[in-house]
Design a protein around this ligand. Sequence first.
Ligand code: SF4
Length: 532
Amino acid sequence: MAKFSELFATQQGRLEGLATISAPLRQPRAVLRTAEQGKGLEAEDAASLVAATRMQSWGAEIQAAANQVRARWAGKAVEFIIPVYLTSFCQNECLYCGYRQSNPIAERVRLSLEDFDKQLDLILSWGHRQIELVLSDDPDFGPDRVARYVAATRRKLDSLGGGMVALCSPVYRQEDYVRLREAGLDWVVEWQETYHRPHFDRWHFTGSPKRHFESRLDLWDSVLASGITKIGMGVLLGLYDFRHDVLAVIEHGNYLRRTYGIEPHALGIPRLKPARGVLASQKRNRFSVSDDDFRLVVSIYHLAFPASRLFFNTRESYDLNISLVAPGDLFTVDCETLPGAYLRRHLPGQFSTHDYPPRREVKATFEKRGLTVNYLADETPCGAEVAAPASETAIDQKRWMEQHAQMRARLQDWEASLEQLSTNASQTPERQAADASLREILEYFKNVLTTHCRQEESGMFPALRGDAELASKLAAFRAEHERFGVDLDKFERQMISYGLSKDPTVLLSLGARMIREMRTHLAAEEQLFKDR
Ligand code: SF4
């Protein structure tokens, strides 16, 4: 039997063409009538619907048909799910991800089984019964170790009457999935990221194990052969033209349908969002997916796979998600993306997430719509509690002021080094001393600033109580912390370029701006704390 990667290689040109058609190949209404019978969509049909939205306002009609299909084919329950991160160490360099190996400001945590147990007890006490274990590509966290975490989750869920265990991990071998299934794994989540080969290569650095495009394409064949029949597939929307990627997901899903007679258990709809230290995620680009595009993707997936769950996540605002979620979908309510963060709360993780109302309130909203919620039991008391800011992240005001003073002194050194760079020829000892000093200052800020910002965000900001004005100031400080991380990364790259070209122009202007902004930031923070 041909592998999916072999079949896909022959279909790439066709999908590229379908993604760009300007007029429907079939009457959109005829496509919708067929889909309403629960027969799904071929890529050509989905392309016709996408093309229709280019010409006139078909969005509402497509969404109405999708809702009808879901109401008919997907039952009346929404499923809650909660991610639990196991490690944030990663050997890959996916340019869109906050956990990429070279991100200097990523928090790196490997969750011990003991801490995992504690955290699991806590989230089970909140009522969660569907757990998604998530991990980056950490060589110290292979499938054998993951199996122990799966088994621990399975044991605890079974002792409480059952539940589901999902896993989002690096791609493993078939025998690993067998072991994970035996440990109690129910379903596997994996995104292809993008199905467009040239862009897949661009987003994933040479040398990264994740760069194996074909092994991701063929993953589902191995998973299904292992005996796991529930799969969660999809793309990260925004890495390439979403039209192409959605058609490719449909093509892949239809292949699984035809070959194995299965429907995807879930379809992911993650959209590229800002992440700390990730330049590519900070700005809009030509592949950015608007809210209207996002709505269209949701409807098309609902029509293409009437019985599959769409996996709503907290990358999106609560209001947007709640307006789109349909019966049978998966809904993430509590979400921390750093290992162990449920015990510490609101530490920055893999990407930015939105705050959601409490889970019981979300449940009540669904119930008002006549939907039940699965995988959320009653709350029970639990020994493990959320730490009010964790001791290692707490910081007293005196130490905080000393750190600010130290940073100011280093900003002065930085300024002096830039000055030396601008006034001396490239081979002079002064300039070489300035180069060395800049490298040392960069290291200092990469280490100290990251820790300091984390301590502020988790140890100081939550202790401040105030109005909306205060909340917006703290949010602005957080955004500035994030920008400093990105700028330090940029500065480091510019140091490399400067090392090759010996032209310091960009380095000088970037450094001057960073120094200015950091000084303003330090002063604004101090003023705020003085006023409180
Ligand atoms: S997307 Fe996954 S593999 Fe890639 S850098 Fe992030 S955590 Fe690592």
